[in-house]
Ligand binder design. Structure first.
Ligand SMILES: [Zn+2]
Length: 562
């Protein structure tokens, strides 16, 4: 009896201790008995937290958090499980995610050449005579023979076949497709594109960057999705993200005004249940006139413009300062945007004046240099400090060593995709040689300059599971632990840096560092409970982490009931 009494006294004391600070605030949701990694330097680990509405009320100890509970509060015992802030995917083609779930298009992702041929042959067998066979995701880096149209001609002599490389910046087609498009040995290369020739001087079937459009323009268009289907696709896409602990997605597609209207409708009618940060086309930004910030309770923001300065490394479309090692004389190609640095800078500056920040796809060391030059000029022209501008280089994939310092202290932000390193490692050294590969996917070099990295997957290009990215970031290995010790292992991130790249880094990109990215009093309650401890498990298990619960704005929006 006496014992119980003293417990009650202690509880009362605890209550008195916390009450003044919360002045009657009761929580809707309390989590206790967790290992909570907050990303807040003032309190890196906690065991409990209390949430009211969409906001974190308290982070700290079990007893104090319990004191926020009333009869209407849901109290969840984490039983020692790990909680981290809701994750942000900083570069994804979000629209494609739901559409792909909905329509399940033909794909040849990461198939060997034999598997690819089997799948295409199967599609040909089911197709009408002359029907175009279109698939996405081929990766010739894992094939044991070079991509040549003869690999497709014998399985599809009559049906045109078009495969889109997983990076999206090259196409591989058969002879029939070339014939339909009228592309032959005499066809000149388009601007910013390359019709790769075989030793006989004929098109090999590989069409780099803009050359792809010479054939894809002939593909009969598919019936467009109805508006209802588009809404359903957004719902499926957002649900897929929540399943993997992603509460915010930066969409890098460069959408137009019609897509914005669809997003708004989806939020209003309850189809969209993640935070979407949209990058739109420059034209759309001009028409919009000003950004849209924090709609639907901070769920929807349009304040970025997506641009492209070059192509991809795998497709040899990335603009390089010096030629590719495996294709003498070939430098890749700058897109129109990169042809005049002054015009590029002026465009970025004009958009800054309207309130839009630019995010430019830049892969090669030349592409990156042109973008960095334009960004620096644009900030001067618009008289914006780096903190006001927050310009983002998308990919920042191959950097000249002299350009790395330009990311120092987050002056310009690097949006990078850890899994690209462990996928591209199969061909990078062959393409650009060992010396230049040292500046590729150079996370450590950027972080050592106090640079800010925002991490993502670039889905459609790579899988969007953020734990695959976190794993690649801290190991520089694929999910079979290759290569031993990691590929250019000196560029690994620490686990904390990797998690920052999925939380506080992107929050900075969003101008949201005061209310997102950490588990801290006053911040939005976007949280993920995971099935093992990210900081203490062996590194090779990180990609196996599964999400137990996802909480968005204080509401449990995903639960794994297994
Ligand atoms: Zn992309």
């Amino acid at each position: 009896m006496k014992y119980n009494f003293s417990i009650t006294l202690m509880a009362l004391a605890a209550l008195l201790f916390v009450l003044p600070s919360c002045s009657g605030d009761k929580a809707d949701l309390v989590f206790v008995n967790g290992t909570i990694y907050t990303m807040d330097d003032d309190q890196p680990v906690a065991e409990a937290l209390a949430i009211r509405g969409n906001t974190i009320l308290y982070v700290g100890e079990n007893d104090n958090a319990q004191a926020y509970a009333s009869g209407r509060t849901m109290v969840i015992d984490l039983q020692g499980k790990t909680m981290i802030p809701g994750l942000t995917e900083s570069h994804m083609h979000f629209d494609n995610l739901g559409r792909n779930i909905l329509t399940a298009p033909l794909d040849v992702y990461w198939l060997s050449v034999d598997e690819m041929r089997d799948r295409i042959a199967g599609a040909v067998a089911r197709a009408e005579p002359g029907e175009w066979i279109v698939a996405r995701g081929y990766n010739d880096a894992i094939w044991d023979v070079p991509a040549h149209r003869s690999l497709l001609d014998d399985i599809s002599p009559e049906n045109p076949v078009v495969l889109r490389r997983y990076c999206g910046h090259a196409h591989f087609v058969n002879s029939r497709a070339l014939a339909e498009a009228g592309v032959d040995r005499h066809t000149p290369n388009p601007d910013a594109g390359n019709i790769v020739k075989d030793p006989a001087g004929d098109p090999s079937g590989v069409l780099v960057s803009a050359a792809g459009a010479m054939v894809t323009g002939y593909i009969p268009s598919q019936p467009a999705l109805s508006e209802q289907e588009e809404l359903e696709a957004l719902r499926l896409g957002s649900q897929a993200l929540l399943t993997h602990g992603i509460t915010t997605v930066h969409c890098a597609t460069g959408i137009g005004l019609r897509d914005i209207e669809l997003r708004k409708k989806a939020y209003e009618e309850g189809y969209l249940n993640v935070r979407v940060m949209d990058a739109i086309a420059a034209e759309a930004a001009r028409e919009l006139g000003k950004p849209m910030i924090g709609l639907y309770d901070n769920r929807y923001t349009v304040r970025w413009v997506k641009m492209f300065v070059d192509g991809s490394l795998g497709g040899r479309g990335a603009a390089m300062l010096n030629p590719y090692d495996d294709m003498p004389g070939e430098h890749g190609a700058l897109r129109a945007l990169g042809q005049s640095e002054d015009a590029y800078a002026q465009l970025v500056a004009d958009l800054l004046q309207l309130g839009f920040s630019t995010r430019t796809h830049s892969i090669g060391d030349k592409g990156n240099r042109v973008t960095l030059n334009a960004f620096e000029k644009a900030m001067d022209m618009a008289e914006k400090s780096p903190g006001e501008a927050r310009l983002v280089v998308e990919h920042a994939q191959v950097l000249h060593p002299e350009d790395i310092a330009r990311f120092a202290n987050g002056r310009i932000i690097a949006s990078m995709q850890p899994v690209h390193a462990t996928e591209d490692m199969l061909f990078v050294e062959e393409r650009i040689g060992y010396e230049r590969a040292k500046g590729a996917y150079a996370w450590r070099s950027i972080l050592d300059q106090q640079g800010i990295i925002a991490a993502g997957s670039d889905y459609g290009v790579s899988p969007f599971n953020p734990f695959f990215g976190l794993h690649a970031a801290v190991t520089r290995q694929d999910r079979e632990n290759n290569p031993r010790g990691g590929w250019f292992a000196e560029q690994v991130m620490s686990r904390e840096e990797a998690l920052k790249a999925y939380t506080t880094g992107p929050a900075y990109v969003e101008f949201a560092e005061d209310y997102k990215g950490k588990i801290k009093k006053g911040m939005l309650a976007d949280l993920v409970v995971i099935d093992r401890d990210f900081f203490s498990i062996p590194a090779h298990e990180i990609h196996e982490i599964e999400v137990v619960k996802t909480i968005l704005g204080g509401k449990i929006v995903y639960e794994n009931h297994q």
